[in-house]
Design a protein around this ligand. Structure first.
Ligand code: NDP
Length: 285
């Protein structure tokens, strides 16, 4: 049994505190709006006097600014702060220095599940910061999810986390465009769903449609073969997809931006390359 103070009791922090309690740990809780601690206190948590009350602070708030606002000018000598909030890698590195200046150590984290997934099989969290410090708390943090350690640089947890979220948001928005197109044609979302599920699976596997892996290999090699499916063809094809949405009366902000990106790739002289070449334009805005 370990002691932990959970700082930030939104949907995520509340579920984390509950999960620590269920695992038998001694849990203190703190939130800016104090009343959000009440249900957890009813379940056996202790109400912390301040956000810095405890040796191990597990923080889950809307931003890193919220951590600064919550801890204020408290000393953090010998304390470990594990922050699972969203931010940018540069913000996390700045926060690591801020915590160190107050005598503490910051472990940064990006948790890859919504509240119901916390503590469930398949949940994982990217962690970065000093490994020996993380290892000391691995038993407790393991109650939330699997620990995926990505390196000592405190910014790295957010590099991995934001990479995953970019894929999450953009691919699911594409799925919503596809469903809107279907609905406009009178097709029920459930009738289209099996095809979407097949495509999502195939893109991640090792087969001929396994483009997650194919593009990673092409990017590593810096070679983007396009004989079978050139960017000339794909830019024209994407134009047809966008026109299909327009015909259907569906909005086109994201696909339209993608069309302009593909056209730029061709204009830059790489129309004979394959899809992977788009990354060379993405890297140079
Ligand atoms: P929010 O991101 O809405 O965060 C709410 C918490 O932040 C509350 O405790 C709130 O306090 C606190 N807060 C906001 N501003 C301040 C401030 N200036 N000072 C002190 N506390 C502040 O809710 P979630 O719980 O959903 O998310 C927490 C973090 O987890 C976020 O960074 C989010 O990106 C990340 N995350 C969320 C997931 C999800 O599915 N919800 C999944 C994975 C990660 P108060 O109650 O007083 O307003």
């Amino acid at each position: 049994m370990s002691q932990v103070t959970v700082v930030g009791l939104g949907p995520m922090g509340s579920k984390m505190a509950e999960t620590f309690l269920a695992a038998g740990h001694e849990v203190s809780v703190w939130n800016r709006t104090a009343s959000k601690a009440d249900p957890l206190v009813a379940k056996g948590a202790r109400r912390a006097g301040t956000a810095a009350d405890g040796e191990l602070l597990v923080v889950s708030q809307i931003s890193y600014q919220a951590m600064y606002d919550s801890l204020g000018d408290a000393r953090l000598d010998g304390k470990t702060v594990v922050n699972l909030s969203s931010g940018t890698p540069a913000e996390l590195r700045t926060a690591a220095r801020w915590v160190a200046e107050r005598g503490g150590t910051l472990i940064t984290a990006g948790i890859m599940v919504p509240p119901p997934g916390i503590g469930q099989p398949g949940a994982y969290t990217f962690y970065s910061g000093p490994k020996d410090v993380l290892d000391r708390h691995a038993g407790l943090l393991g109650a939330l999810s699997e620990l995926t350690y990505v390196g000592a640089d405190q910014g790295l947890a957010m590099v991995y986390y934001q990479a995953q979220l970019l894929v999450f948001w953009t691919s699911l928005t594409a799925h919503m465009h596809a469903m809107a197109l279907m609905r406009a044609a009178g097709v029920a979302p459930q009738d289209y769903l099996p095809y979407a599920q097949t495509l999502f699976t195939e893109l991640g596997d090792d087969g001929p449609m396994g483009y997650a892996k194919i593009l990673a290999e092409e990017f590593a090699a810096g070679v983007y073969p396009g004989a079978a499916n050139s960017m000339h063809m794909q830019a024209a094809g994407l134009g047809h997809a966008v026109d299909t949405l327009i015909e259907a009366g569906v909005e086109t902000t994201v696909p339209g931006a993608l069309k302009r990106l593909f056209e730029r790739v061709v204009a830059e002289g790489r129309g004979d390359d394959g899809l992977g070449t788009v990354i060379e334009s993405i890297r140079k805005p």
